[in-house]
Design a protein around this ligand. Structure first.
Ligand code: GAP
Length: 445
């Protein structure tokens, strides 16, 4: 592994060069901490989301899917506690006009005091006292820009699940315990965003809320935190780079009774990219109170009525994608030459294979095209006939493509191709009619 200092710089540059991630609105100078996924990035993120959906929804009898709207009734956010409590303490520098989180480690001294030093312009005594700043984006619904028309872009997808909990319960005929899963965009006006796609202002969450009988919540909480860790290891992430962090009392969110982060050791330190939370009956009770609608559950077995407790698993699709990119990044020397290789799990790799005619003559391009056409009916694959074969392999190594299929002089004689493995660099020769099944055995999740 290369030195950790510049791995992020190298990754940002590779991500742009190869079409994983671009800065939003780049030709206008960019928009702060908003990113666009290019042709390879969108495939990677879709593969992650698809795998999550398969394991959380399709593979389980007791979880239903949902796609709630981003815009919700503004009272939702009063009930959830976000209007009052989803805030960060901020300080401004009166000299350079920059704004920071009050706990920004770069600030020297106490904001508001004469000794405090601005981390950007270096002035002393120019930082204001901390003020609370709400992280929700506000906009207006309808033609009138007035207080009564304020709506928010959701800061988490979970609330769309809570307000639909009875609709899903009744329409799906589930019984408690059961869960509702959703993938969707969330927005936070983060003050200290950064570290590439780690902390952004627009991002996607993959959340599941599991509704349980009070008293069984801690058991389900334990179950789900282990399930989620297992899923991440199966994604090919190195287990030694993963750990749990249990929230201290001070760290717990206003809704949580217990919470674990799943952290990854990024080049910039151990950081959370998924959380498992015991949210108790906080959200459903609050929505019951604010909406005036009963949200309790009648247990058909015992005739008991209760407001369910909720165990939440909350992952960021973008942070998970970033984890897979960081974890996959490698540099090594092969036959005296440096190669950069993205060792992405084959099921996540944006391209499953690339097809190369060794030279553009002697029937090789025609056969290569036939192999490529066969393959692309099943998988996302790439055809490349430009440059030396070594350079073509290197380009695919950087894209994380697990297999390189080369059509050479022998191929046209005996209908065989060579398949090069990205990680072992081993080559095997197989019949052209076996290529689709050969890949199928290796790239399915
Ligand atoms: N519903 C609970 C909830 O939203 P959270 O810990 O605030 O909990 C869950 O967020 C996950 O969403 C995080 O672990 C992270 O992966 C992702 N996330 C949160 N804020 C983010 C941001 N500003 N940029 C990218 N991902 C973010």
């Amino acid at each position: 592994m290369p030195s950790t200092d510049n791995v992020m710089d190298k990754l940002v540059s590779l991500a742009k060069r190869r079409g994983f991630v671009f800065q939003s609105s780049e030709i206008y100078g960019g928009l702060g901490s908003v990113w666009d996924y290019g042709p390879l990035g969108v495939e990677l993120k879709n593969n992650i989301k698809e795998r999550w959906w398969r394991s959380m929804v399709h593979a389980r009898e007791d979880i239903e899917g949902l796609d709630a709207a981003i815009l919700m009734h503004p009272k939702v956010w009063e009930a959830s506690g976000h209007v009052a409590g989803f805030t960060d303490p901020l300080v401004d520098c009166k000299h350079c006009k920059n704004r920071f989180r009050a706990d920004d480690p770069r600030i020297k001294g106490t904001p508001g005091q004469p000794d405090a030093q601005c981390p950007v312009c270096g002035s002393r005594g120019t930082l204001t006292e901390p003020r609370m700043f709400n992280l929700m984006f506000k906009t207006f619904m309808g033609p009138v820009e007035e207080a009564a028309a304020v709506v928010y872009l959701r800061p988490e997808t979970a609330q769309g699940i809570y307000v639909n909990y009875l609709n899903v319960l009744q329409s799906s005929r589930q019984k408690i315990p059961f869960g509702i899963a959703q993938i969707g965009k969330a927005f936070r006006n983060e003050i200290t965003p950064g570290n590439f796609t780690f902390r952004t202002r627009e991002f996607e969450q993959m959340e599941m809320q599991f509704f349980v009988k009070p008293g069984t919540d801690q058991e389900w909480f334990e179950f789900w935190r282990h399930e989620r860790m297992k899923w991440l290891v199966e994604l090919g992430i190195r287990p030694e780079k993963l750990r749990f962090h249990q929230h201290t009392k001070e760290e717990l969110a206003h809704y949580a009774k217990d919470a674990y982060d799943i952290q990854y050791e990024f080049p910039f330190g151990w950081q959370e990219f998924e959380g498992i939370h015991n949210r108790t009956d906080f959200d459903l009770s609050r929505h019951q109170e604010y909406s005036g609608k009963k949200l309790d559950y009648l247990d058909p077995a015992t005739n008991e009525r209760f407001v369910p407790y909720v165990v939440e698993t909350s992952a960021g699709a973008d942070r998970t994608a970033l984890v897979t990119l960081v974890d996959a990044y490698g540099e090594e020397e092969v036959a005296g030459e440096k190669r950069v290789v993205m060792r992405l799990h084959p099921a996540l790799a944006p391209l499953k294979a690339a097809v190369f005619p060794l030279v553009n003559k002697d029937g090789m391009p025609e056969l290569a095209r036939r192999v490529y056409d066969d393959l692309r009916r099943h998988y996302n694959v790439f055809y490349d006939d430009g440059g030396s074969i070594g350079r073509r392999y290197r380009r695919q190594d950087e894209a994380g493509t697990p297999f390189g299929i080369t059509i050479d002089g022998q191929s046209t004689a005996d209908a065989t191709v060579t398949v090069r493995d990205r990680d072992t660099l081993q080559q095997v020769r197989i019949n052209t009619d076996r290529v689709v099944s050969y890949l199928g055995e290796r790239v399915k999740g």
